[in-house]
Design a protein around this ligand. Structure first.
Ligand code: SAM
Length: 248
């Protein structure tokens, strides 16, 4: 069927490619990829010999328009280097323009490091905000953190080893010293999740920047500890003494 197929790939373990995704990679008329060398490996694994075309959201409008045009009669698959397209990866503008043009759009859902890390963290999962990569400049990074410091939500960040410790310190400074988890190399041989407060984790990684791919999960701001029953009674009695006395 013609249209756009958003294809999630593995985040490290080739066996996580779904059978449905593999079938589309074998059948698509063309596969839009970030990096042809990276995707060639996955296509080989999937047994696909379909042609690839490099695509980024900053690719020219002409290239995007040509892909949208092709979707009228052909199947175009969109594949990222890792995980789900559009999640800190190219594809948003392609999907947007495909919808504007009235093309069929469907997805082959699969792994995303953000969701995988959230489920590993042991932190609340009922409300979360995906923050992607923080800006690297200190001022912009601080501003981005200040903007969300008041939210009662778990925060999800993509990170790199060399920046990790500095980012964890900045998070502690702007968000408060919350519980957090560093999830590394998910689904790969050296998968590891380390939990602790932001300052503990910043100290742990200060002298030993970890290798590999990293997601940082930060828990919501702490609740004020619930008042004891005696405290509540005392507060109530105190409040009652301040009520205006009604004169009948
Ligand atoms: N589209 C991808 C997804 O759905 O997860 C994310 C692409 S983004 C350019 C790459 C970042 O995702 C890495 O820098 C890292 O923060 C995170 N990541 C990807 N694979 C990972 C893995 N196996 N373990 C931990 N983090 C990973």
């Amino acid at each position: 069927e013609p249209g756009l197929y958003i294809v999630a790939g593995p985040i490290g373990n080739l066996a996580d490619l779904t059978p449905r995704a593999a079938a589309i990679l074998r059948a698509a008329d063309v596969i839009a990829v970030e990096d042809t060398r990276v995707s060639a490996r996955l296509l080989r694994h999937a047994g696909s010999d379909r042609p690839m075309i490099p695509y980024h959201d900053h690719s020219s409008d002409t290239l995007r328009a040509r892909l949208i045009e092709r979707m009228a009669a052909e199947s175009v698959a969109l594949l990222s280097d890792a995980g789900t397209p559009l999640i800190s990866d190219p594809g948003y503008k392609l999907v947007r323009d495909a919808r504007i043009a009235g093309r069929a759009v469907t997805t082959l859902p699969g792994p995303s490091a953000a969701i995988a890390a959230l489920t590993l963290s042991g932190l609340p999962t009922d409300r979360f905000l995906f923050m992607g990569f923080l800006p690297s400049k200190a001022k912009a990074r601080g501003d981005a953190l200040d903007e969300v410091a008041g939210l009662r939500a778990t925060l999800v960040f993509y990170e790199s080893g060399p920046r990790l410790s500095e980012s964890l310190s900045a998070m502690a400074a702007h968000l408060g010293d919350r519980d957090a988890a560093v999830c590394r190399e998910i689904s790969k041989a050296f998968e590891e999740t380390v939990t602790g407060t932001l300052t503990d984790l910043a100290a742990r990684y200060a002298d030993a920047p970890p290798r590999g791919e990293i997601v940082v999960i930060v828990g919501p701001p702490g609740e004020a500890p619930p008042a004891s029953e005696e405290d509540a009674d005392a507060a109530l009695r105190e409040a009652l003494t301040r009520l205006p006395v009604s004169k009948a």
